[in-house]
Design a protein around this ligand. Structure first.
Ligand code: ZN
Length: 972
């Protein structure tokens, strides 16, 4: 095959779309609207195949809705805010060889151009331009009149309005809160700043102060109520500890913990260094029970976990139990440690249904733990903690809290120890280790006088849940993650000292960070269109953005104030103000927001929060799609694997439509999809095949011909395909749509053509039928592979653009059960004949098919009904059949067949049974009609008879084997 010119095809249709302005959407009160957005790209690198998936699904969704009659808007902007661009530009200007290699080798940027990218803003502009070109080349139907960047001065003004509003309504707090922090950058860090893009989760641990001669040994724990079960405390003998003045007390903690404490506003002065071994065998006093317990060695204790010292509760903590067992089996050089260890017995403090008095021992046994470094201990611990927390009751060993629930005891212990000054707390990263993009380990830092968005506000959480409950979430499986995030979120630092972005309007030292200035920008697309119109008035505001008052935004987005007043204040004409307000009211809310799954725990949840804070309830978001990632030939894409293909290179290499389908075809929304070259090539061939088949069907004037059963079968299959594809598109199960259009329907059309055989001179209805099939195929393909769909549509001789055509509607009149049943008989017969020939090795001269006799058909239908809608037992059924005088006259064969058909009906799949109840094609005629086909297939003479008819030719008595839907076969 000559090499297909994808580029030419793409440019041709992209030009026509641009000329027809198919992507430009303005309000139209006569039509329902649909507003699709996808997370705007961050231009610090080109987009790669991984990005294609999210934007292609969004584009397919937009195109689908357009074809369904919705006035659909799909706009795009660019996110310049934040530190990644800074970090990248900085590394480039330091001539970091890794970055230079990435830019030149993977991204294909000529080395001579690199100098021009060393400014963050210039780098952003460069990649923005590149990304935009890529989006056009792959055929995204974006309304580019609404493009903006978050560094635009009027966007900054918009964000200032947004934040001033949040501040005035109590959503912003200033204070001392823990944040995830990069000690190197001296800045808070969020998901965009972190390697691997995870959102840091911060939790707090309690520090219980054990004591020895005035020195505090603080142990970090999430379960302070277990203090009654402490038998000893653990240190790691191979770790460095220090004695230090912490605030006004003398503490012993790990070396690492001193840094943690300093980050969390404690003053720390180190006095002496100690090794873990120096601490062993000493005794410390339990602040709750006042008993003395020994300090023992354990390897599982990590120096950077809390203080590097933990309390040991072997009755209820699997790690502690296992560490104690490990110590007991050790041989000791001196006698003393052995005695200490031998004396220790677990203490039971929590009663738990279904467990012994020492649940930790039960868990260690159940998980077959082999030692304190066994990774399964983490799961054992998690399981037991959760069980005890929810179902445990404190025992008499936990006086005065015996009888309390675990939760109740925890609160009581925290209150009592806290008020006695015997407890402190420390913040920790729950999902450590986390590394900043600069390579530094991220820590928890307590910042004073820092600005926070208070996602911990209970009322706000309630509203966010309310919004989520009403939303469509695709795939639905992700809803739990949203609920978890909404519950978990609390104060979140919203401003930084560095990076591009918008200054905090009331404290200009701070810049609003990337995940805070990107949550309501979908509203800005409306305004961006007006700004792009080059009206003098907006030019003025671009120059002096501070002159655009908040009242303008209040009017536009919240419907507050009067047009007159805002017009007077801003000098913008009433006509423009009203048009912009109308446009906002028309397009808002966003109907579907698209993103990849990694943004659920941050951006997408913030998006919900902020909309419920700012906007009226009828403008809250209606839906979110969070799709899986794209793998490259089974691997995650990463620069180190060098398997990243920039999007534009991929489009040039594979073609836009093969790439679009390739990123959609192998997985449903929820899963990661796998892209590889073989897949792309297969899809290319399929798509090229569709175009060349369309060429043969080019509309010619021809007399309309009557439809045969076979024609009606093809149209019935088409109708089923349309129905299935429509349902699948509505839930964005795009993989299914690809399968239906490119595979199932293709196979049906191939069968149809095979059945028809070579064209007869007198002609048949095939062109009529196939054109209908291909018309619908082009339409169903249009959201997914728009260039190929246009080419098919045009080649078939249709007028106009397919992207403006209507999505095909299922038509119940085309659904033809009898035609489908007839064709299934032909398929079955073809298969059965082929198998006999293969098994016997015969070359057939003549084949005779016997359709089942009338009496069998009548029993068969009765059996289907008996099983389907009128349940009877087999015996009862046979009796009923034999009560019919005609059937009784047949005798034993009738009774035998009644039993057999009843069995078959019971074992049949419900769907199949349903399709056959009351559907009984004239099988003899079906076979006769297919005689030419069988003759071609087997190169033999074909005869057709019906069991029991007069003058039947049946030398071997085969006709008695005939059954409904399964003719008997005699080969000579
Ligand atoms: Zn850093």
């Amino acid at each position: 095959m000559a090499k297909f010119n994808w580029g030419a095809l793409e440019r041709k249709w992209q030009k026509k779309w641009a000329w027809a302005k198919v992507d430009e959407t303005d309000p139209d009160p006569r039509r329902p609207k649909y507003f699709v957005t996808a997370a705007y790209p961050y231009p610090n690198s080109p987009q790669h195949i991984g990005h294609a998936r999210t934007y292609t699904i969004a584009d397919a969704n937009a195109r689908f809705h357009r074809m369904r009659g919705f006035n659909t808007l799909y706009p795009m902007g660019f996110h310049y805010t934040g530190t990644p661009l800074y970090a990248m530009a900085k590394r480039l200007s330091q001539n970091d060889p890794e970055i230079i290699e990435t830019f030149t080798k993977i991204y294909g940027i000529p080395a001579a151009k690199l100098d021009g990218l060393k400014e963050p803003r210039k780098m952003a502009d460069y990649f923005r331009n590149d990304i935009k070109k890529g989006m056009i080349e792959i055929g995204f139907s974006v309304d580019w009149r609404r493009e903006f960047t978050t560094a635009d001065r009027l966007y900054n003004r918009f964000i200032q309005w947004h934040f001033r509003w949040l501040n005035q309504h109590g959503f912003i707090t200033k204070g001392t809160h823990p944040v995830a922090w990069c000690p190197n950058d001296k800045n808070p860090v969020g998901v965009v700043d972190i390697q691997g893009g995870v959102e840091p989760e911060i939790g707090d641990s309690h520090l219980v102060k054990f004591e020895s001669n005035g020195t505090i040994y603080p142990t970090a724990t999430l379960r302070p109520e277990t203090i009654f079960g402490v038998t000893n405390i653990w240190v790691n003998p191979n770790t460095r500890y220090v004695k230090a003045q912490v605030d006004s007390e003398e503490w012993v903690v790990s070396r690492e913990a001193t840094e943690t404490l300093e980050h969390q506003n404690h003053s720390v002065r180190i006095e002496t260094e100690l090794s873990g071994a120096d601490l062993l065998w000493k005794e410390v006093v339990n602040p709750m029970t006042n008993t003395a317990v020994p300090i023992l060695p354990a390897d599982f204790v990590e120096p950077d976990n809390g203080t590097g010292i933990v309390m040991s509760v072997p009755g209820h903590a699997p790690y502690d139990y296992q560490a104690l067992m490990d110590l007991r089996t050790r041989s000791w050089t001196s006698s003393e440690p052995g005695d200490v260890v031998r004396k220790i017995e677990p203490i039971s403090i929590i009663k738990l249904e279904g467990f012994s008095e020492f649940p930790a021992a039960d868990m260690v046994k159940k998980f077959e733990i082999s030692g304190q470094k066994d990774p399964r201990l983490a799961q054992a611990t998690k399981d037991l903690y959760s069980k005890e927390y929810h179902n445990g009751v404190m025992t008499d060993n936990a006086k005065p809290y015996s009888g309390l629930s675990v939760e109740g005891a925890r609160q009581a212990v925290i209150k009592d120890l806290g008020s006695a000054g015997k407890m402190a707390s420390i913040y920790e990263l729950l999902n450590r280790p986390i590394t900043c993009r600069c390579g530094t380990r991220v820590v928890v830092h307590v910042v004073d006088n820092q600005w926070f968005i208070n996602y911990g506000d209970e009322e706000w959480k309630k509203k966010a849940h309310q919004c989520l409950d009403e939303m469509t979430i695709l795939p639905e499986e992700r809803r739990g993650e949203f609920n978890y995030t909404i519950d978990w979120l609390r104060e979140r630092a919203c401003a930084r000292k560095v990076g591009l972005g918008t200054r905090l309007p009331w404290d200009m030292d701070w810049t609003i960070e990337a995940l805070s200035d990107s949550v309501v920008y979908m509203a800005y697309y409306v305004l961006a269109k007006y700004l792009a119109k080059e009206w003098v008035i907006f030019k003025k505001f671009e120059k002096y953005p501070q002159k655009l008052p908040d009242s303008f935004f209040d009017y536009l987005f919240l419907g507050q104030g009067s047009t007159e007043a805002v017009s007077r204040e801003t000098g913008i004409s009433k006509r423009i103000l009203e048009a912009a307000r109308r446009e906002f009211s028309y397009f808002y809310p966003v109907d579907m927001r698209h993103s990849a799954k990694d943004l659920v725990s941050n951006h997408l949840s913030f998006y919900i929060f902020h909309h419920t804070a700012l906007f009226a309830q009828d403008q809250w978001p209606r839906g979110i799609v969070a799709n899986g990632f794209v793998l490259m030939a089974g691997d995650k894409m990463s620069k180190s694997l060098e398997n990243i293909i920039p999007l534009r290179q991929a489009v040039a290499k594979f073609g836009a439509d093969p790439l679009r389908i390739g990123t959609l075809a192998t997985a449903e929304l929820n899963q990661d999809t796998d892209f590889n070259e073989t897949l792309a090539t297969t899809i290319q061939d399929r798509l090229i095949g569709l175009i060349s088949q369309s060429r043969k069907l080019r509309r010619k004037m021809a007399a309309k011909r009557a439809y045969s059963t076979l024609d009606r079968w093809m149209l019935s299959r088409l109708n089923t395909a349309i129905q299935a594809a429509t349902t699948a598109m509505e839930r964005l199960r795009v993989r299914e749509v690809v399968n239906i259009v490119l595979y199932h329907l293709e196979n049906d059309a191939a069968w149809y053509q095979r059945r028809l055989g070579p064209k007869k001179t007198r002609g048949d209805a095939r062109n009529q039928v196939l054109r209908q099939v291909f018309d619908s195929k082009a339409r169903m393909l249009a959201p997914l592979a728009p260039h190929v769909a246009e080419e098919m549509w045009f080649t078939l001789g249709n007028k106009g653009l397919v992207v403006r055509a209507e999505w095909p509607k299922p038509d119940d009149r085309l659904h033809d059960k009898t035609a489908e049943a007839s064709e299934s008989i032909v398929k079955q017969t073809l298969e059965d004949t082929g198998e006999i020939l293969k098994a016997t090795g015969l070359t057939a001269k003549s084949i005779t098919y016997y359709a089942a006799g009338q009496w069998k058909l009548s029993i068969y239908q009765k059996a289907l009904t008996a099983v389907q809608s009128d349940p009877k037992r087999q015996g009862e059924f046979i009796k009923e059949i034999m009560s019919n005088p005609d059937l009784r006259a047949i005798g034993k064969p009738a009774a035998d067949y009644a039993a057999k058909s009843y069995q078959q009906a019971t074992q049949m799949k419900e769907e199949l049974r349903e399709s056959r109840v009351g559907v009984q094609p004239n099988e003899k005629r079906v076979l006769e009609d297919a005689s030419d086909f069988f003759k071609r297939e087997f190169r033999a003479e074909i005869h057709v008879s019906q069991e029991g008819e007069k003058e039947i030719r049946d030398p071997k008595g085969r006709s008695r084997f005939a059954e409904p839907y399964r003719p008997a076969i005699f080969i000579e």
